[in-house]
Design a protein around this ligand. Structure first.
Ligand code: NAD
Length: 465
């Protein structure tokens, strides 16, 4: 079996490598010359655990190739996956479909026979049908179907998520799905064959309408974002009433109806998906004349949360950071990735530098990706966490990389000039920090050190930035 994947970014590259691992011949088309050149040399332009070996072994086995010639890639392909970016459109929150339609047009012009055109990109409801119209208009003689196959992988555990997914969702219109109950259409048969290894491990494969499939992806991400905003609000409440958000999360998460995942309080969600997908869902609902008040509230809570972090940090630093040396541990939006899209570190580091702090930053994978997003002056990039901590007045944890968890409070105490530790990911034990003499503040937990309560938001303090 042969397929083509348009776009060699996070989703395209991981999907391509995993399909190749299933034994399928995969041709990836990548438009960015630099990225393509790296891929062709066997270099992986993103940090994703296990991806380098998976790509290398499948290139060596002759199943995975990278190029820019779309005609060569789609020749003989039974399915053509569109895995290009869908960033927010200039300020209005709609998903920008420029890359998707450009790719669909290139595919339509290059196809020589029947194939299923599959959107892996996250696209608004109706996009699959618009792609079908576009292809029909450009190539009225061509046989093809469209399918929606949203991707649910998480950066940092993408390969495991692709190989052992909670579910696979495949949207088809009625004809592509066979036309009547009990019949299997050509597109459905191809999609089943493609995912056969997952049938064997009994991963649920859900066939839906095109519209349901397109909406499922947005609904899933918006629900998870809502869970995060919920626990963040609860964390603020915990601080006010003397409760502990970890105990609260465990207490509610053990209820199967709630579940324990995505109940980690922090500085607000970021990353390449939640911020844009929640906004896009609001626009989809708005255009459909439906309300999306919970998602709107989720977005507002998150924006306020992110804005309040600067004030929280200032307050934990005694009101000002001018002349203070601040060690920042973690820059990426989450661990095990080098993705900086919408990372909380970006506004926070800018704020610190603008207010006169000397920032010493370290991230295990994201240093290069972070540079263009951070202030050109005022940030020193360190060789490791201890190098960053050496001589620092304040230690600020922004991403919960495992290697930061292992740092001993007493070692930090001996290395640092000051003793303020601000942990926005709750990776340290408040008691251990107190014992080492640190002035430790975290999120939604009783403070280890007597001082100002941390619950006041930036807006209340007029310190948002
Ligand atoms: P990305 O920006 O990392 O990758 C997109 C790639 O497509 C880029 O390398 C770009 O050069 C290439 N490209 C664009 N137009 C092209 C064309 N016409 N021909 C060839 N290559 C082209 O984006 P991503 O993070 O992989 O996201 C892709 C889609 O998947 C988005 O819709 C996103 O919402 C969705 N998604 C992302 C994730 C994630 O964790 N990153 C998870 C699930 C879904």
């Amino acid at each position: 079996m042969r397929i083509a994947v348009i776009g060699g970014g996070y989703v395209g590259l991981v999907s391509a490598a995993c399909f190749a691992e299933f034994g399928i011949e995969v041709a990836v088309v990548e438009a960015q010359a630099e990225r393509l050149a790296a891929l062709q040399k066997g270099e992986i332009p993103i940090y994703e655990p296990g991806l380098d070996t998976l790509v290398a072994s499948n290139i060596a086995a002759g199943r995975l190739s990278f190029g820019s010639d779309i005609a060569a890639a789609v020749a003989g392909a039974e399915a053509i996956f569109i895995a290009v970016g869908t960033p927010p459109r200039n300020g209005d929150g709609h998903a920008d479909l420029t890359y998707v339609f450009a790719a669909a047009e290139q595919v339509a012009r290059a196809m020589t026979g029947y194939a299923v055109i599959v959107t892996k990109s996250t696209v608004p409801v109706g996009t699959g049908r618009r792609i079908a119209e576009l292809v029909t208009r450009l190539r009225p003689e061509l046989g093809f179907d469209v399918a929606s196959n949203p991707e649910f992988l998480r950066e940092g555990s993408a390969i495991g998520d692709f190989m052992r997914p909670d579910r696979v969702v495949i949207g088809l219109d009625a004809e592509a799905a066979g036309g009547s109950p009990g019949k299997v259409g050509r597109a459905q048969e191809i999609m089943r064959r493609l995912y056969r290894p997952l049938y064997l491990i009994e991963a649920p494969i859900l066939f839906t309408s095109l519209e349901s499939s397109e909406l499922i992806k947005y609904a899933a991400n918006s629900f998870l974002a809502m869970k995060i905003s919920f626990i963040n609000e609860m964390a603020d409440l915990c601080e006010r009433v003397g409760a502990d958000v970890h105990e609260l999360a465990r207490g509610i998460g053990l209820d199967n109806r709630i579940g324990s995942k995505f109940l980690h309080a922090g500085p607000g969600y970021g990353g390449s998906c939640f911020p844009k997908d929640t906004l896009a869902l609001m626009r989809i609902a708005q255009e459909a004349g439906a309300s999306s008040r919970l998602v709107e509230a989720t977005v507002q809570v998150n924006e306020a949360r992110k804005a309040s972090m600067g004030a929280r940090i200032m307050s934990a630093c005694g009101g000002a950071v001018r002349g203070k040396r601040v060690a920042v541990l973690g820059l990426t939006f989450k661990p095990e990735t080098d993705d900086m899209r919408d990372a909380p570190s970006i506004p926070i580091v800018h704020r610190l530098v603008e207010n006169g702090a000397e920032v010493r930053a370290f991230d295990p994978a994201g240093m290069e990706a972070a540079r263009p997003h951070l202030p050109p002056r005022g940030v020193t990039y360190c060789t490791d966490a201890l190098d960053a901590a050496a001589g620092a007045d304040v230690l600020l944890v922004l991403t919960e990389w495992n290697e930061f968890r292992a740092l001993s409070p007493s070692r930090l105490r001996s290395l640092m000039r000051g003793r303020v530790v601000i942990d926005l990911r709750n990776i340290y034990d408040p008691a251990a920090m107190a014992e080492a003499g640190m002035a430790y503040s975290s999120i939604g937990r009783p403070r280890s050190h007597p001082g100002e309560p941390l619950g006041r938001t930036g807006t209340e303090q007029g310190l948002t930035g």
